[in-house]
Design a protein around this ligand. Structure first.
Ligand SMILES: Cc1cc2nc3c(=O)[nH]c(=O)nc-3n(C[C@H](O)[C@H](O)[C@H](O)COP(=O)(O)O)c2cc1C
Length: 760
């Protein structure tokens, strides 16, 4: 075996500990051991004690410039005729086989902390020299430990981490490559011993466990401060409860935007942990959760709303293009400095407030002007002159007058209809025995709704409800769609006559009246089991009154998988386009304030806690712009894939011809279909964004879309048209998934009738 191979295979295990052995050559036993040590092969000896004495003398005479002879004499006085070798202490570092001659503790401390004065006064230094600090987690923790040691802010430091040093740690941990594989506690403690062999560092190389937590916090006297920098959420919580019990304050730096949390459990015994962000979360409950289920808590702790754009964007790439969240040396170094600064002031009683603080360098020293985030597309539409338009209609020849209460009841039933983004893009006018419904394009104008056709379909659905509700009140209804032509905002008029009289709408759907309030968008996931064939027969039958309507179904698993993939790819396009993303996000109501009964409450999205957290993270336009720049975003494809995988079928309702008449009739047809599904106890969720983008592509030549999106849409169209066997000329009014899911946990609200109905 060659020497090279032999040395490599037989490299000894590192058992050299983390404390320096101290020898005083003037003490008999020490002197013998020191002499023995000097025979040790490979030992390197460093003796600069005279320079230290020289320096000590100089710092003791700050007011005077000593001349050489005077200086020399003062050094000799300190030596007091002892041989230099017997002065001070010899520190032997077994892990590096180095022997270093130093001043003894009192002089060493005096000289080493001399330049702290008076940022730290001698009295403060002495008070700090009685403090005990614990650090759990040694990434940011190592950086804190070193600054605390350099400043000499403790008497004893307890460090805990179960991990050994990996090469991938070396982007932020200050250590030499010869330390790879060495426990992080040893790396830290040895570095401290090399700076100051008199500091007491106690290592917990097994990390913190439920078993040793009490010992870590209390053995050898309770900690004066706990610095918590570990990755485990369970441990973070458990440590805080224990620290609160023992009234130990906690500090945490999160190395993103200089986030610093201070929890003064020493001063506030009942303070909720994490400033109340996680409630009174029981760690034993948390232990039972999967990593995915813990994500929302992690986001609460690091602050989903306040994290940096870069971190937010990176989180969207975790387990796709990167394995875990990023952490930079600049942040870790700064975290170490900031934490050590605050720790010192806490220990000296100068800092007393709990709270969350940001020391965000980018905010203080901003980048060159960045593009403002994409806003909501479109401009506000001019107000519609409802009466002016209605006055252009011929007077109602024979029609029943309704009471305002009756009109309101009918409009309320109508407006229980669905609309894209719950935009409720309608205005209603009761005037001279006629009810008019107008398109309120200001509610719908968006890239996701090509030429407001989805809004027209929603008005069609509302009209279908109105007819059914009127029949249930014993009224006949004469419905005229687009009575002033296709371009007019007036989409339909309703005159009320004898039931069954000439021009009354057919009563085929009257039995569905009870299902109008029950119909709902149900986004719950089910198991995707097949549905009985009668269910499909009933749904196919429901659209029979519209001969041009056609319902296609995808029911086989391979077809559903392909649909999920195409819809997922479309989601990625939508999220990564600034305008489309802004429009989508503006539809979701993350809290109820200011919604005026419109928009989609986030609860109705039925998201798992981690998907909800993902949505919160992906709300930020700038973060998604970064993801796009990096060519990422694969995680954005998962939700639709999962949704379709949990469905029994995907349906597509097309009308032979598009335009406003086609979409209005299509809306009536899908409302009939949806009410029938509700009657059968089936869950239905539209998934229409892609269908309406295709309409923009085919009918509008991709107007308003980024050329890159247009190209990607064309590629998706090939897969989509092959899957559904659909023609580009057909109007895809509704694409949806169908399943046997449990009832939804929340419903979208409606705005008040007074906001949308005029009775004159
Ligand atoms: C034309 C149209 C398109 C829709 N597109 C979607 C969609 O892509 N995704 C979705 O989850 N819901 C979609 N919806 C459902 C609406 O968000 C829903 O109807 C609205 O929030 C009101 O809730 P409700 O149906 O429970 O009354 C769509 C509804 C309509 C009428």
């Amino acid at each position: 075996m060659s020497l090279l191979t032999d040395r490599m295979i037989n490299a000894p295990a590192d058992t050299a500990g983390h404390r320096a052995d101290l020898f005083r050559a003037s003490v008999a036993g020490d002197r013998e051991r020191l002499e023995k040590l000097l025979e040790q092969p490979g030992l390197t000896v460093f003796d600069r004690v005279r320079a230290q004495l020289w320096d000590l003398v100089k710092t003791r005479h700050p007011a005077r410039r000593l001349d050489e002879a005077e200086h020399q004499a003062l050094v000799e006085r300190l030596l007091a005729r002892r041989p230099e070798v017997e002065y001070g202490v010899w520190a032997y570092y077994p892990w590096s086989n180095r022997l270093v001659h130093l001043l003894d503790e009192a002089e060493f401390v005096e000289l080493r902390t001399n330049r702290n004065c008076y940022k730290i006064s001698p009295d403060e230094r002495d008070r700090l020299a009685r403090k005990r600090i614990g650090i759990v987690g040694l990434s940011v923790g190592q950086s804190v430990a070193l600054v605390l040691a350099l400043e000499r802010s403790f008497a004893q430091l307890r460090v805990a981490d179960f991990d050994t040093l990996d090469l991938s740690n070396l982007n932020r941990l200050r250590a030499g490559v010869h330390n790879l594989g060495v426990p992080k506690v040893l790396v830290t403690a040895r570095e401290i011993a090399e700076i100051d062999p008199f500091l007491d560092v106690v290592c917990f190389p097994e990390g913190i466990t439920s078993e040793n937590m009490e010992a870590f916090l209390c053995d050898g006297g309770p900690l004066d401060l706990l610095i918590e920098e570990c990755d485990s959420i369970d441990l973070k919580i458990e440590l805080r409860y224990a620290a609160r019990r023992h009234r130990i304050p906690v500090l945490m730096d999160t190395s993103d935007r200089g986030l610093l949390d201070i929890e003064r459990f020493d001063l506030e015994a009942d303070r909720p942990i994490f400033h109340g962000a996680v409630g009174d979360l029981d760690p034993s409950r948390l232990r039972g959760l999967t990593t995915e289920e813990k994500v929302p808590y992690v986001l609460k702790i690091i602050g989903a709303d306040t994290m940096s754009t870069r971190l937010r964007a990176s989180l969207l790439e975790v387990q796709q293009s990167i394995s875990t969240w990023p952490q930079l040396a600049s942040s870790v170094a700064m975290g170490g400095a900031v934490t050590a600064d605050v720790a010192r002031r806490m220990l000296l009683g100068q800092q007393t407030a709990s709270g969350r603080f940001f020391i965000d360098v980018e905010e203080i020293v901003p980048n060159a002007g960045e593009a403002p985030p994409a806003g909501r597309a479109g401009t506000s539409a001019p107000a519609i002159d409802l009466r002016g338009i209605a006055d252009r209609l011929a007077p109602v020849a024979s029609g029943r007058d309704l009471t305002p209460a009756q009109v309101q009841r009918l409009v309320t039933a109508a407006t229980l209809a669905p609309s894209g983004g719950n935009s409720q893009p309608w205005r209603w006018l009761w005037r001279e025995r006629r009810l008019c419904v107008f398109l309120d394009a200001s509610r719908s104008r968006s890239l996701l709704d090509f030429r407001s056709l989805a809004a027209v379909a929603a008005v069609g659905a509302a009209s279908e409800n109105l007819v059914i509700a009127a029949h249930a009140e014993g009224l006949g209804v004469r419905l005229k769609a687009l009575p002033l032509g296709d371009e007019s905002e007036l989409l339909a008029t309703f005159e009320f006559i004898e039931q069954g009289g000439p021009g009354d709408e057919p009563s085929t759907a009257d039995a569905l009246v009870d299902w109008i309030p029950a119909r709902v968008t149900n986004r719950r996931n089910a198991s995707g089991e097949p549905l009985p064939t009668e269910a499909y027969a009933a749904l196919d039958g429901s659209i029979a009154p519209w001969p041009e309507a056609r319902l296609r179904w995808l029911r086989s698993r391979p077809d559903l998988t392909e649909a999920g993939e195409v819809l997922g790819a479309a989601d990625r396009l939508l999220f990564l386009d600034g305008r489309l993303h802004a429009e989508m996000m503006s539809e979701v109501r993350f809290d109820a304030t200011g919604s005026n009964g419109r928009g989609i409450p986030v609860e109705t999205l039925e998201l798992s806690p981690s998907d909800r957290a993902g949505l919160e993270v992906s709300r930020s336009g700038p973060a998604l712009a970064l993801v796009k720049e990096w060519g990422g975003g694969a995680n954005l494809e998962k939700m639709s894939r999962k949704a379709v995988a949990a469905a029994s079928a995907v349906g597509m309702l097309t009308m032979g011809k598009g335009g406003r008449p086609g979409y209005f009739r299509g809306g009536r047809a899908f409302e009939r279909l949806w009410l029938t599904a509700a009657q059968a106890g089936l869950a239905l969720q539209p998934m229409t964004a892609l269908a309406y983008l295709f309409a923009r592509l085919h009918e509008g030549g991709g107007e308003g879309l980024d050329p890159d999106i247009t190209a990607k849409l064309r590629a998706l169209w090939l897969r989509w048209s092959a899957l559904f066997k659909v023609d580009a000329r057909e109007a895809e009014v509704l694409v949806f998934r169908l399943s046997a899911a449990a009832p939804p946990s929340a419903r979208a609200p409606r705005c008040s009738p007074t906001d949308i109905l005029d009775i004159s």
